[in-house]
Design a protein around this ligand. Structure first.
Ligand SMILES: O=C(O)CCC(=O)C(=O)O
Ligand SMILES: [Fe+2]
Length: 252
């Protein structure tokens, strides 16, 4: 099996994997063109960054990525065969602004999940490098407790609630960049400490975060800090229906 014990063990120890190619060059160009078109059609702000949520519900290219076996196969190896798509979000930082960034955080902080199990796939729409502000992660940090996040207003921080964590200098020094070519993904554990620094280049850096949970998790909607998820079954079966039944979008 392609995603066997070594793959799972590496994820268990490090809290992330990266460099998995899910679209060839032509396919990656097609995704980028779809994002370019969406950006233009909706006049998504180009004054530093743009971000938009849940576009798997109305954009076929996002839905197709979220259901692609090339993505679901490694996700299945990590969270099991019954998989709910929990959410999607574009994170796009434009060059030259040198200000917009994603603060240090753990994804699970917002979601009130029991058990706290979730993974985020980050699909590189553009090449993502240290110069244009690729994601940074702290390997192994997912094995500690979830931390209490501060929420300080800071309009350079792309995260909606301004949530952030203060890291020690030692922790920051252990961060590693997750460099990806367009068409590749990384996957990180919902408890992993991660961030991304400002885009100091003149090249856009767009990525699509795709979140998945196993069907057995429960969300305490009253405790969640972001809107409750309308999670959709994308592989396997859901016997418990903790999120109700949310239908897949239909595209004409
Ligand atoms: O795209 C980024 O810079 C950060 C993404 C992120 O925080 C996530 O995918 O969970
Ligand atoms: Fe995140």
């Amino acid at each position: 099996m392609k995603y066997g014990d070594d793959f799972v063990e590496s994820f268990r120890v490090q809290g992330f994997v990266s460099g998995i190619r899910v679209r060839d060059r032509q396919g990656a160009d097609a995704v980028r063109e779809c994002w370019d078109a969406l950006e233009a059609a909706e006049d998504l702000p180009a004054n530093g960054y743009s971000t938009t949520h849940s576009r798997h519900l109305d954009q076929r290219f996002v839905w197709d990525l979220a259901c692609d076996p090339k993505i679901l196969d490694p996700v299945e190896a990590l969270i099991g065969e019954n998989i709910l798509l929990f959410g999607t979000r574009f994170f796009c930082k434009y060059g030259d602004s040198g200000r917009h960034r994603v603060s240090w955080h753990q994804d699970l902080d917002s979601w009130a999940l029991t058990p706290p199990v979730a993974v985020t796939v980050w699909y590189a729409v553009d090449d993502s490098t240290e110069q244009n502000g690729c994601m940074q992660v702290i390997p192994g940090s997912h094995r500690a407790e979830l931390r209490r996040h501060d929420t300080t207003a800071d309009n350079g921080n792309i995260l909606g609630r301004g949530q952030h964590l203060h890291l020690t200098e030692e922790e920051k020094a252990s961060a590693v960049p997750v460099v990806l070519n367009a068409g590749e993904i990384s996957i990180h554990d919902g408890a992993l400490l991660h961030a991304s620094m400002p885009n100091l280049s003149n090249r856009r850096r767009c990525g699509l975060a795709i979140r998945y949970v196993p069907a057995h998790v429960r969300q305490h909607a009253d405790l969640a800090k972001s809107p409750p998820s309308k999670a959709i079954l994308v592989r396997g079966c859901d016997r418990v229906k903790n999120f109700g039944v949310n239908h897949a979008p239909v595209f004409s």
